[in-house]
Design a protein around this ligand. Structure first.
Ligand code: FAD
Ligand code: SIN
Length: 543
């Protein structure tokens, strides 16, 4: 049996691990912190799916919304396959022990988010990811064929033949963060399930582990990337100074929440006072500036809503708009969104009562390692699949999301591709590889004592990305970012070559490379599509 190494313990990594382990493969899961530490664990809204394969209208409607959100760049064949497989994967998750919310009749309760024309999102209140991680972790930690290695940082992939990507991958160098030592982990098959890159921006909904490591490692090993410019900013992250940009799920808008600016809020409140006593309550929807950008207003797709907020903040000089829920039933809100209410309690805010200050934050990378339908990354040089390497989940770009991901389609894509990749490995009966692997060479490297310069470089990086490669871009700013990132890259490369590896250096090196790939792709785009918007390209809209 082949030895399979998976890097990452989010939904993609753990789901694939379980499927492979059930097929009698030995699987080692390497993960940076605790196994639960992942974007998956923080997912709120849910997982979009059509449970019944024979529900033709349901499938077509989900496919239609996904394609519309993707602004003409989705691969329709992939979209169809993923959505058609969604029901089976949900049944797998249920069998693993995931408990989704049910309604009073015992059926599933479905939520709705921006860009969805119907309620089709399975969820566990507002902590769907936590429930998925709980179930997957429970199953993986008790599986006899799975070895979990927490606090282990994958640093670089080892090629079977040095500087020859076409020969495939033979393992990975890892930093054991408890012993502070580097070791070599051999692998017959290596799967990257390392998640996203949100830590490139100073305001992000992502957890600290989201530093683009898998993307950078595979790129260095010769893999191709795709659509890196498409960075999704979530419109409604909590904007209070004493807290991180905690996500306020789009499902709050799905239940009726509305985004208003200061002026809209004032006019609505004053009109409510004037009409006080009338039978029909005055709703805030008509007062939203988002209606100037889409007839769907606050429920338009994320690219549109985030851009509308960004523009409004630039016009007003403010640092937040409001998510308004005071026209909604407080009990219903508290019952559906207990995690959010718990977080709001820290700031004396209440759902159903207070306008919540929100602003956009980097949330999801649509682009990533260009993979085929089994999750195999392509070689940059030949376009062929790289032998013995797979990439699943947010690190990969499958073509499902086009230029803008539809809400709650990410957990779905991750679980579908985890199954596809695992099945492909099982069916192809991989052989063991006994090439002797090189040891990590630490000769002449010294312990880094000057941490401050690494911290400064990281701050310079996130500032540059936030200012120059944000929601709205311009060519001169992108060029400026490119120059700055080149300097940072040289600086950090020097540290990397002289210091013993540490998490801070490994992550910074990876983040800079991913930042360069995002900037380069943005510079190369000749039209505005979905999540990529360059004011110099106004008039060159896609489609
Ligand atoms: P992750 O879940 O991020 O897991 C990545 C794993 O890789 C982690 O275990 C990490 O520690 C590990 N790792 C990374 N680098 C290394 C390394 N060098 N060495 C070792 N281990 C490493 N999507 C939806 O569809 N629905 C939602 O409701 C939803 N809500 C979201 C809410 C928030 C706040 C966020 C941040 C995202 C949300 N998303 C949602 C997006 C979705 O959660 C992610 O895209 C998805 O969970 C990614 O899964 P993954 O398995 O690819 O990666
Ligand atoms: C949310 O709950 O708003 C996030 C959903 C997603 O990113 O798909």
């Amino acid at each position: 049996m082949a030895k399979i190494v998976i890097i990452g313990s989010g939904i993609a990594g753990l789901f694939a691990a379980l499927r492979l382990a059930d097929a009698k493969h030995t699987v080692t899961v390497i993960t940076k912190q605790r196994p639960i530490d992942s974007s998956t664990n923080w997912a709120q809204g849910g997982i979009a799916a059509i449970l019944d394969k024979t529900d033709g209208a349901g499938l077509e409607s989900h496919i239609h919304d996904t394609l519309a959100s993707g602004d003409g760049l989705c691969n329709e064949r992939i979209v169809r396959k993923v959505i058609e497989e969604s029901g089976e994967r949900i049944h797998d998750l249920l069998n693993i022990g995931v408990r989704f919310e049910t309604d009073e009749n015992g059926g599933f309760h479905y939520a709705k988010e921006g860009g969805h024309s119907e309620r089709r999102i399975l969820h566990a209140k507002d902590a769907t990811g936590k429930e998925i991680e709980r179930a997957l972790n429970d199953a993986a930690s008790s599986h006899p064929n799975i070895i979990l290695k927490p606090n282990t940082l994958a640093m670089d992939l080892i090629q079977r033949e040095h500087q020859n990507p076409e020969k495939g991958i033979a393992g990975v160098w890892c930093l054991d963060q408890e012993r502070n030592s580097v070791f070599t982990e051999p692998a017959d098959i290596l799967m990257l399930a390392t998640g996203g890159v949100g830590q490139l921006w100073s305001q992000t909904t992502n957890p600290p582990v989201a530093t683009g490591d898998g993307l950078a490692m595979a790129y260095r090993a010769g893999a191709a990337v795709k659509d890196m410019a498409f960075i999704q900013f979530h419109p409604t992250a909590l904007a209070v100074q004493s807290d991180r940009p905690f996500l306020i799920t789009e499902a709050v808008r799905g239940e009726g929440g509305v985004i208003l600016d200061e002026e809209g809020l004032r006019s609505w409140q004053s009109d409510v006072e004037t009409t006080n006593g009338e039978n029909t309550p005055l709703l805030p929807h008509a007062y939203s500036f988002t209606l100037n950008h889409s007839p769907l207003g606050s429920m338009a797709t994320r690219d549109i809503v985030a851009r509308a907020i960004d523009q409004r903040l630039k016009e007003t000089g403010g640092n937040h708009v409001y998510l308004v829920t005071s026209h909604m039933n407080q009990e219903h809100l508290e019952d559906h969104f207990p995690t959010i209410q718990k977080r709001l309690n820290r700031h004396g805010l209440k759902l159903g009562r207070d306008p919540l200050p929100v602003s956009p934050a980097a949330h999801y990378i649509v682009g990533g390692l260009a993979v085929d339908e089994y999750g195999r990354p392509h070689s940059r040089e030949t376009g062929n699949p790289l032998p013995s390497l797979y990439a699943i989940g947010e690190v990969a770009c499958t073509g499902m999301h086009g230029a803008n991901r539809l809400a709650s389609n990410s957990l779905l894509e991750a679980v579908v591709y985890a199954a596809r990749a695992a099945n492909h490995i099982i069916d192809s009966e991989p052989e063991s590889n006994d090439t002797p692997l090189p040891e990590w060479r630490a000769d002449g490297l010294e312990v880094l004592t000057e941490h401050v310069s690494v911290a400064n470089d990281r701050e310079a990086l996130t500032n540059t990305m936030s200012r120059e490669v944000g929601i709205v871009r311009r060519f001169n700013r992108l060029h400026r970012a490119k120059r700055r990132l080149q300097l940072l890259s040289k600086e950090v490369d020097f540290i990397w070559r002289s210091a013993l590896p540490s998490r801070e250096i490994v992550e910074l090196r990876n983040l800079i490379l991913v930042g360069q790939l995002v900037t380069e792709d943005s510079l190369g785009r000749k039209e505005n599509r979905g999540l990529h918007f360059n004011t110099d390209l106004i008039g060159h809209e896609g489609q």
